[in-house]
Design a protein around this ligand. Structure first.
Ligand code: PRP
Length: 203
């Protein structure tokens, strides 16, 4: 389970299929919450780490955004698009510093939490960029002169608006996905498959 924005929506969805546990709520500081009766163990991690727990089999299944799956480049099964957590990854610049064409940003610095996706995108357009990896508040980059632009997630657009930034190109759409460890999927096929079927029903 990812902490942060996806946590509430994920627990809400899982609750509908009876996957819940006492103490599984946003305010809890417990990292593992179990429901012995239902044979469930919830592992609560930072959003960007969900893929690591699933890839290495510390967790059999996980819920995480498509953006994080692509950025981490993990080898996991993606079983279901859960539909919530809708957002898109884009490039934005300060409104008053817009350049005429995308290519005009070649060889400039871009601040991002998603350097892999960003590099893929720009390299595909023959653009060489300098990537500055930040872990949050990416929008600050161009405002304080750390970078020319940002590549970041937009959900409602509020953060861009409030910081006078403007999207200049969309890079990818994202929603939350159910992922599974490849070995777990084979060894626990029935249970994981039932989970997918139940989720499909409530979705
Ligand atoms: C994300 C993202 C943007 C913001 C976009 O940040 O990095 O800053 O949400 O949402 P909006 O379009 O609805 O304003 P998050 O809140 O996850 O925190 P962070 O800045 O620490 O990464």
């Amino acid at each position: 389970m990812p902490k942060g924005k996806l946590f509430g929506l994920s627990t809400e969805l899982l609750k509908k299929i009876g996957w819940t546990a006492e103490g599984l709520h946003e305010k809890s500081r417990k990292l593992i919450i179990t429901n012995d009766e239902a044979r469930l163990k919830f592992i609560i991690t930072k959003t960007a780490d969900v893929t690591a727990y699933v890839e290495y089999g510390a967790a059999d299944v996980g819920i995480i955004g498509k953006d994080v799956i692509v950025e981490s480049g993990v080898d996991v099964y993606e079983l279901l698009d859960l539909g919530f957590g809708k957002c898109h990854l884009m490039m934005a610049v300060p409104k008053n510093k817009k350049r005429p064409r995308l290519e005009d940003y070649s060889h400039t610095r871009v601040a991002t939490k998603f350097p892999r996706i960003a590099e893929n995108f720009f390299a595909g357009r023959g653009m060489q960029m300098e990537y500055i990896k930040l872990n949050g508040s990416i929008e600050l980059g161009p405002i304080v002169g750390l970078s020319e632009s940002i590549v970041d997630i937009v959900e409602t657009g509020t953060t861009l608006r409030e910081n006078n930034l403007e999207e200049i190109v969309s890079i990818m759409d994202s929603t939350a996905r159910l992922i599974a460890n490849r070995v777990s999927y084979r060894l626990k096929f029935e249970r994981i498959n039932n989970l997918v079927t139940d989720l499909k029903t409530v979705l």
